[in-house]
Ligand binder design. Structure first.
Ligand SMILES: Nc1ncnc2c1ncn2[C@@H]1O[C@H](COP(=O)(O)OP(=O)(O)O)[C@@H](O)[C@H]1O
Ligand SMILES: [Mg+2]
Length: 322
């Protein structure tokens, strides 16, 4: 659990970057810090591992005041991932991932086991990448290695500052999905910075929206979309809130609500599986001239058809928006 208690940061020159922020991030959940550039997200994150000193207030991690801990110790307990992954160019992938275990004096076998485990976890073949250098990897692969490295010493807490910000949209969607799968397995307490409402909705158990260093609203995505507390939140969340809330639901949700139509056509250009979000399904239907999607199961066997009308009806009846 991470607790921010009246946290304020004033930089030199009297710049108030964070203004009396209080919020609690429960154990094993993801809180997304969301807001426009300059609203204090990075500052707030970096106060947790004391890369930025706190001006006023307290931050506790699992009940311990961060001020009372040794900085080096603290940073070893907290994984940190940044947009430009921060891999060391002159170290191999294995050396990069095992930096902290190495500092902690783990023996070689344990370090190697950990490397193999983490690479598997982020979907990369350990032996294929072990001796390569960061510049030999794609952006998406580097970012995965960055995540593996942050998790190396199994820290209970992870700070992630726009970790997927530099990736192109398709790879980004893919890695977001993978990240959520990993999180289901590892259940870390995560602070995740983003300026993208769609990403926040997808990734966050809770979303904190900031404006000029002040916390505007801290709620679950569904709450935030349904009941923005003020004009700023409403504008930030966007006018197409009902469309955005579609990211929260999957094809499986739709089928639970509506009896599926049997498959009539013999061929489909568009296929989705049960885990596809309705937002993605909708986007596919908008982008193509097709009228329906074929829903397939894990073995690629057809289950039913879904039309754009089905999605629209679900949207109208299941998303409470103004
Ligand atoms: N080291 C610094 N010294 C002075 N001002 C800073 C420093 N770092 C950030 N700021 C200012 O603090 C505010 C918040 O910045 P930041 O936390 O980086 O916001 P965000 O991550 O939301 O874009 C901005 O006005 C920024 O210019
Ligand atoms: Mg930032």
């Amino acid at each position: 659990m991470i607790e921010f208690d009246n946290v304020t940061k004033i930089y030199k020159g009297n710049i108030k970057a964070v203004d009396q922020v209080s919020l609690t991030v429960p154990q094993g959940s993801v809180a997304v810090f969301l807001g426009p550039s300059g609203c204090g997200k990075t500052t707030l994150l970096r106060m947790v591992n004391r890369l930025v000193p706190i001006t006023d207030g307290n931050i506790t991690v699992n009940g311990m005041d961060t001020k009372s801990l040794n900085e080096i110790e603290l940073r070893r307990k907290i994984g940190y991932v940044i947009q430009s992954n921060g891999l060391f160019p002159n170290m191999t992938i294995e050396q990069n991932v095992t930096i902290v275990p190495n500092l902690l004096g783990w023996d070689r076998v344990k370090q190697r086991d950990r490397f193999n485990y983490l690479m598997d976890l982020v979907g990369m073949e350990p032996d294929q990448f072990r001796n390569r250098y960061p510049h030999e990897l794609s952006g998406g692969q580097q970012q995965r290695v960055g995540i593996a490295r942050a998790m190396a010493a199994d820290p209970p807490v992870m700070l992630m500052d726009e970790p997927f910000g530099a990736l192109d949209p398709i790879i980004r969607t893919h890695i977001q999905k993978e990240f959520l799968q990993i999180q289901q397995e590892v259940q870390k307490t995560i602070l995740f910075v983003s300026h993208d409402i769609d990403e926040a909705i997808k990734m966050g158990d809770r979303i904190a929206i900031f404006k000029d260093g002040s916390l505007m609203q801290y709620d679950a995505p569904t709450e935030l979309l349904a009941q923005p507390k003020n004009q700023f939140v409403q504008d930030f969340v966007g006018t197409d809130r009902s469309i955005k809330s579609l990211s929260l639901y999957t094809v499986a949700d739709l089928l639970e609500y509506k009896k599926p139509k049997p498959v009539k056509k013999s061929s489909f250009n568009l296929k989705v599986d049960l885990d596809t979000s309705l937002r993605e399904a909708m986007a596919m239907l908008f982008n193509e001239t097709e009228q329906e999607l074929l829903v397939v199961d894990k073995n690629n066997q057809p289950i039913c058809e879904v039309t754009i009308t089905d999605v629209q009806q679900y949207l109208q009846e299941n998303t409470q928006t103004a």
